[in-house]
Design a protein around this ligand. Sequence first.
Ligand code: NDP
Length: 330
Amino acid sequence: MAERFEAILISRDEAKKQSVAIVELGLDDLMEGDVVVRVRQTTMNYKDALALTGRAPVVRRWPMIPGVDFAGEVAESRHPDFRPGDPVLLNGWGVGETHYGGYAGYARVKGDWLIHRPAGLTAEQAMEIGTAGYTAMLCVMALERYGTKPAAGPVLVTGAAGGVGSVAIALLARLGFEVIASTGRTAEADYLASLGAAEIIGRDELSGPVKPLAKERWAAGIDTVGSTTLANALSMTRYGGAIAACGLAGGMDLPASVAPFILRGISLLGIDSVMAPRARREEAWARIEAELDLGKLAAMTRRIAFEDIPEAADDLLAGKVRGRLVIAVP
Ligand code: NDP
């Protein structure tokens, strides 16, 4: 095992000013846990970009190695489910927030947080999917549990050209749903159509004043934007439909009325990936392995170098990143 390895460390000075540096660490510098993983691949999600820039209080322990996702193989284990060499992946559980995360050559974590990487996915593909893709699958599963079927009508996906949005479109299209993709980047229309979007609408159609009820347009939706966008999406959902809400790229607030709930029987399904129970994670990853078109996954991914992580965070928050970012860890 390597004596020393590279890590990205976010620190804060006495004035609470945040800085990001690439440092060299040893295994003794890592936090407690019963499994050590040699991290091979990681990714950048919206939350990682918030942590790196300090734009939102994602980091709750200082200093911190960010990276809410990683894939690699077990190097050492005292956990009964994992042995050295096992391919594993991790999403969430506070990793990259309160526990050192995936932007390092090694991670020491609780084995209970790890899942065995599905055999049909490489470490790189697992990170092309990442928390964003796994959350997209949790949204799809929530709509299915609610009873949403393709015959009910189209499904809206907001923040369509982002990570969650891109994977959600590919999954829904594969399952036979007609997808309406809402984006601020209409120049990405061909990309969204290639993922399976049947119709593309401008983000502005959902960012205007919110009416209690508006013309019914979709049977269901997956919302990554929150705020006015989610409020408008609810008011435009057909009678008896549901929106799975997972994101806040447009804001944390929800300027909605109760009208869609009490007059159209609409449901709002909350989606959390971070603390989702292990059984649901394993189900989501098994379904991703079976149902996600890996060709489309490759088309939505860009690779960046480990040292370019800090810079990429600004681009991601500025909405300039299409799909997913993947990073090989040295
Ligand atoms: P990305 O940055 O990849 O995608 C977000 C997309 O939202 C952008 O690409 C853009 O899409 C759209 N967008 C950005 N800013 C605005 C804005 N001001 N108004 C309207 N639309 C906007 O992020 P991810 O896909 O990784 O994550 C999406 C959201 O989901 C984030 O808020 C993230 O925190 C959340 N999330 C939540 C999880 C959970 O467990 N609940 C897990 C994973 C993510 P376009 O250009 O097409 O308009």
